[in-house]
Design a protein around this ligand. Structure first.
Ligand code: PRX
Length: 605
């Protein structure tokens, strides 16, 4: 087997590889170059790989037929749908929100936007109407692509209905394209809503790729931060393409002909970079799965591996822990002999999950790549290279060639020694990095480039061992990582505080066996309120304002929150209590009323 060796196709070569400063910040890679990422993901492969499967789609229901789309087929479908977009008024630079289930048409929709230079903003199918509405407004997206519904496990999720609710007051939305997946009845607003299938019949099959400048926006992806409002992370055409390609082929050591299965959802960055753009840029066969790991039973991943002869499996620690908890009965008769490389992403992988995966799935012969990165980095930054560089359980190990990491102490000084902990920063630009936060460059500067001088701050804490290997210890800001989903504590607090009868709340994370982190909410309510009723209301409010993924796992009713004299909530103490580290609460003398802490400990759940 071979490595992929086709050069990229660019319409015009760059005249400057990199211009940058981290103060504004201003980052430009490959200035002067012109290209279209879809020509590199599709057209470029046609002379030699037209009939190779580009996407294999495994449906939620194992009895429904799977679909295999060759590069030729995917190319044709992308071009045709790109013409549908054009026929309906979508132009270069327009923002298009995509809210769909995990079906090939989601990839087709994203690639069709890229084909004509429209900016896609994919919204995870688990988000609520309110979350969609916020994102559509922030991006001022006049176009939305959705489905009637989506299948996930035993559920049939009404996507179009949620979109209708989200945009009921957004008169600027001009068109909603609806793909029929579940054939459930939906409301279609005349003049605004159009059927994907009907529009396709009217569309031409040929669609030349729009010429894009290297730094034109490819997509926006909203992600949670320390404040209440998710921010639109912006990635641009050339740098993102180079970084996802480079990292995909090197980290997984992808060989032509291998089938690669990434279990993420395309609604998150992992799906963007490692189901769609990275693998397709490398002419790979990328398998996408509509369902969930436990449907119809906890053996589903292994059935898929056996059925499609998967060589590379890229998944998340939360999925591994959940399957581990179901026991080995679901693994024992499965033929996993095709597997050659395993990968982990999204959160720290604990040693137990690592060893379970290595032994029971990889049969002690498949290297595991533990890949650390973020929505903002566009692609993998720290990882071992499968079978080439050493692995170490629970360590992402070393930065990829070209990545310049540093650890800093709380005063912003770089810590150079081995065997130290600090905050993880990156000192030098890389092509896949965030360029701005959509419509709010100052927020980008403040969030990532103002904490430490001349460095991008990741928000993660990190340990470096004697060998120089890196181990990510988790977020040091107010961001939670629940089942690999990124959620801001402030977003959850806003949703809780919106409930009638609630005075205030503070949300922190705590270790959770399956989810990695669970959500712990300390809530102060008005007197004489029925807490069971309030609890229900809180869950409903969080589901409505964010989505069910952000519902608190634990709610503790408290009389007061620990605050400093200036009124700041001491989250550090609340975190320790939630983690059950009661002997190690640190200094409580600066609190307005230290007795509050004792009270909280007494009523801890
Ligand atoms: O805390 C780190 C954790 O996930 C965060 C980024 O989340 P998101 O932007 O949603 O992207 C997830 C998929 C790339 C990081 O700040 N994280 C990601 N990968 C790892 C990780 N923590 C430990 N080990 C990893 N391999």
């Amino acid at each position: 087997m071979d490595r992929y060796s086709q050069p990229f196709c660019v319409e015009k070569k760059w005249n400057q590889v990199l211009e940058w400063n981290f103060t504004e910040p201003n980052i430009k890679w490959f200035s002067g170059a012109q290209l279209n990422i879809t020509e590199n993901c599709l057209d470029r492969h046609l002379p030699e790989r037209a009939h190779v499967p580009a996407l294999i789609w495994e449906p939620n229901n194992p009895h429904e037929s799977f679909r295999s789309l060759s590069y030729q087929n995917l190319f044709e479908q992308v071009c045709r749908f790109a013409n549908v977009l054009k026929n309906n008024g979508v132009k270069k630079g327009d923002r298009v929100c995509i809210y769909m289930g995990m079906i090939p048409e989601l990839s087709i929709a994203a690639l069709a936007c890229a084909r004509i230079g429209a900016i896609h903003s994919i919204i995870f199918g688990g988000f609520s109407a309110r979350s969609i509405s916020d994102r559509v407004q922030d991006a001022h997206a006049e176009f939305i692509i959705t489905c009637d519904g989506a299948y996930r496990g035993a559920k049939d999720i009404p996507l179009k209905k949620t979109v209708d609710e989200a945009i009921q007051n957004l008169a600027f939305v001009k068109k909603v394209f609806v793909y029929q997946r579940t054939n459930s009845p939906v409301f279609m607003q005349k003049g605004r809503d159009v059927w994907w299938s009907e529009e396709l019949k009217k569309a031409d099959a040929i669609c030349p790729a729009e010429t894009m400048n290297a730094e034109d926006i490819l997509f926006i992806l909203y992600t949670s931060g320390s404040t209440g409002k998710p921010k639109g992370v912006v990635h641009t055409c050339a740098g993102y393409m180079v970084w996802t390609h480079y990292t995909f082929v090197n980290v997984f050591q992808y060989q032509i002909g291998q089938t690669y299965f990434c279990t993420a959802d395309i609604g998150w960055i992992t799906g963007h970079s490692y189901i769609v753009y990275g693998p397709l840029s490398a002419g790979a066969t990328s398998l996408m799965f509509e369902g969930i790991p436990t449907y119809p039973d906890a053996g589903r991943f292994w059935d898929i591996v056996a059925k499609h002869q998967v060589h590379i499996l890229y998944t998340a620690p939360t999925a591994i822990r959940s399957l581990m908890a179901h026991g080995l009965d679901f693994v024992k008769d499965k033929n996993l002999s095709s597997l050659q490389v395993l990968g982990s992403v999204g959160e720290p992988i604990n040693e137990e999950a690592w060893h379970w995966l290595y032994k029971n799935i990889g049969k002690e012969k498949c290297p595991i790549v533990d890949t650390w990165w973020q929505t903002e980095t566009g692609g993998i930054m720290i990882s071992n290279l499968a079978g080439i560089t050493p692995q170490k359980p629970s360590y992402a190990t070393l930065p990829l060639p070209g990545v310049q990491l540093c650890l800093v102490d709380e005063n912003g000084n770089e810590i150079k020694e081995a065997h130290v902990s600090g905050n993880l920063c990156i000192k030098f630009p890389w092509p896949g990095m965030i360029r701005t936060t959509y419509n709010d460059h100052e927020r980008c500067r403040q969030t990532y480039f103002s904490t430490y001088k001349n460095a991008y701050f990741t928000g993660d804490g990190c340990l470096r061992d004697e060998q120089g290997f890196y181990r990510i210890t988790g977020r040091v800001d107010d961001v939670l990582n629940v089942s690999g989903h990124r959620i801001g504590t402030a977003e959850v607090e806003n949703a809780i505080n919106a409930c009638k009868g609630i005075i205030e709340s503070a949300v922190v994370g705590y270790p959770h066996e399956i989810k990695g982190q669970g959500i712990y909410a300390y809530v102060v309510c008005e007197e004489n309120h029925e807490t069971t009723e309030l609890q229900k209301n809180i869950h409903a409010s969080v589901s409505e304002m964010i989505g069910a993924i952000a519902k608190p796992d634990k709610i503790q009713w408290v009389k007061n929150l620990p605050k400093t004299r200036s009124g700041k909530i001491m989250r550090r103490i609340l975190r320790k209590i939630a983690e059950n580290e009661l002997s190690n609460l640190g200094d409580t003398s600066t609190l307005l009323d230290p007795a509050v802490v004792d009270d909280i400990i007494k009523t801890k759940i």
